[in-house]
Design a protein around this ligand. Structure first.
Ligand code: NAP
Length: 290
């Protein structure tokens, strides 16, 4: 059993912190900007709630963070009452936010300067993956830090990998989002075409999902896409944030991402349709609109 802090009890962080307490059996202290959520969490899982990230991190061996973007991350880690201000030497900061590789390298250095360690550890698997404790975790950092943190991360993960030095976890998550963007647009076009052709989409997917076109998105999203239901899942606003990070990194490393850039614009159209919180499969709504 370790002493653990968890900062950011959103859609992802709330159940992840719960797994650290229940499945991991750790002594967990939580912090959330909106304190009511932290109170709700302690009522459900036990543990303690702190009023600042620094207070939550005090005495902890492992400090987890899962907030929105780079700036949110800086405000709960390197700000005056951020987690690093409260962390003891030797503690490990583990960031589950989807953020830039740049901020990961920045936090790696900031942690080192305080005698602490850092892992960037963005996740994939969505809300259901977090609730069921079966996330995929892509880590960047030192081997020794990874080896210590891995058994703790295991409480909410099915797959955990060390991808390379600090920032490599975020770079891997970027690849994940690049692969998803084009794929979801392809799936949306396929279903859109099938409807125009007058075919039974359920029947089409039942057959083609077992062949070379099959994918997680096809298996898990075709039904709701066919029904025009998007009020759930991984929000378009989050995807645009992620693709913004991807495209900025591609400008730096010279990668050519024509489809990703196009799909990013398509998500801009979905936002204009009012779909900010819709699931990313709502690319079909853009094609189906009259
Ligand atoms: N949802 C998914 O399916 C999914 C999948 C993979 C990765 N992710 C990534 O995981 C991260 C979290 O996603 P989520 O869906 O859990 O988001 P969310 O439900 O919107 O939760 C965000 C959390 O961060 C906190 N927060 C945001 N800005 C803050 C700030 N400046 N200072 C302090 N706390 C702040 C929020 O506090 P309040 O409660 O006070 O607002 C909340 O606890 C994001 O980077 C997202 O891209 C999400």
């Amino acid at each position: 059993m370790a002493k653990v802090a968890f900062i950011g009890l959103g859609v992802m962080g709330y159940p992840m912190a719960g797994h650290l307490k229940v499945k991991g059996g750790h002594d967990v202290t939580v912090y959330n900007r909106t304190f009511a959520k932290a109170e709700k969490w302690t009522e459900q899982f036990g543990g303690k709630a702190a009023s600042t990230p620094a207070a939550a991190a005090e005495g902890a061996d492992y400090v987890f963070v899962c907030v929105g973007n780079d700036d949110d991350l800086r405000s709960v880690t390197t700000a005056e009452d951020g987690a690093l201000a409260g962390m003891k030497a030797g503690a490990i900061l583990i960031d589950n936010t989807t953020a830039s590789a740049e901020v990961a390298r920045e936090l790696y250095e900031a942690a080192r300067a305080r005698g602490c360690a850092f892992l960037d550890a963005p996740v994939s698997g969505g809300q259901a993956g977090a609730e069921n404790g079966v996330l995929t975790v892509m880590c960047g950092g030192d081997q020794e830090t990874f080896d210590k943190a891995r058994p703790v991360i295991d409480a909410y993960a099915r797959m955990v990998g060390l991808m390379g030095p600090a920032g490599s976890g975020q770079l891997t998550k970027m690849i994940n989002q690049i692969c998803i963007a084009g794929l979801v647009q392809g799936l949306a076009e396929g279903i859109h075409f099938g409807k125009r052709a007058g075919l039974d989409i359920e029947k089409v997917v039942e057959v083609i999902s077992k062949g070379a076109a099959g994918s997680w998105q096809m298996e898990n999203r075709h039904k709701t896409m066919n029904e025009g239901k998007y009020d759930f899942g991984f929000a378009v606003d989050w995807m645009r944030k992620d693709l913004g990070i991807v495209l900025a990194e591609a400008r730096r490393n010279g990668a050519k991402l024509p489809i990703t850039a196009l799909v990013d614009q398509f998500y801009g159209d979905v936002q204009e349709m009012g779909g900010n919180r819709w699931d990313t499969s709502s690319l079909l709504a853009r094609l189906d609109r009259k």
